[in-house]
Design a protein around this ligand. Sequence first.
Ligand code: NAD
Length: 254
Amino acid sequence: MRLSGKRAIVTGAAHGIGRAAALRFAREGCRVLAADVDDAAGAALAVEAASAGLPLAFRHADVTNAAAVATLVAEAERRFGGLDTAFVNAGIEQVAADSDALAEEHWSRVLAVNLTGTFLTCQAAISAMLRAGGGAIVTNASVAAFANVGQNAAYAASKGGVMALTRVLAIEYAARNIRVNAVCAGVIDTAMNARHRDRAADPDAWMEAARAITPLGRLGTAEEVASLALFLASDEAAFITGTGMLVDGGRVAT
Ligand code: NAD
């Protein structure tokens, strides 16, 4: 019960890392309001949580929409009597492309979800945490904030932005008892990477390359990233703020 008594929002919670984290947070005693744009998968998450007796509810929220994010946070405050924890996770991949062939609309969409969506969610969560007397935010950056990820200029720029934003918010709100940290994952076995693999000219070669760039020789799991998000959200990380922690199987160390 490492998040006993905590009250959280988790964005991008219908699949992958967000889903694993929402369930893990709830198992650790946190009341969770999970949000996503995929309502069917979100409803399935809520059913799974309810059947396990976990305190988790789902509601639709698109993180690119400031009003929707504000409504999500307001609902968490109404349901739970306040908000002190946020896993700001929602994100999309870039369709890999050489930068000279990257369409501006795609660049803008990746930045809108990954960076602006992270900012809007942090902004709304911080307002609620100030009312609650403090809290902990965990953003979802990537190894892309630290290392080259070929043919992914928009994704890397968005995640570098998330990392910089994480540092700025951490310093701005440190004296007001709000910690802000990022998880920075390597290649994780989620639908996002299944899409990358399926788009590759040679999916087997894509998978082999993903393993080859990872010293531990495999893709990580959503649960392994959720474990780090849990730690950073918990009071065990009370002296940690403004940092990005790698969960990458050793990739950046290479
Ligand atoms: P995923 O595609 O499996 O899940 C992402 C979730 O975000 C989906 O449920 C999707 O519906 C939701 N989402 C997308 N746009 C949204 C929006 N506008 N508003 C609300 N929800 C939205 O991906 P994942 O691998 O679980 O990735 C989760 C986060 O982790 C992302 O920010 C991603 O960039 C980051 N990340 C992933 C990896 C990886 O290897 N999978 C590595 C590093 C960082």
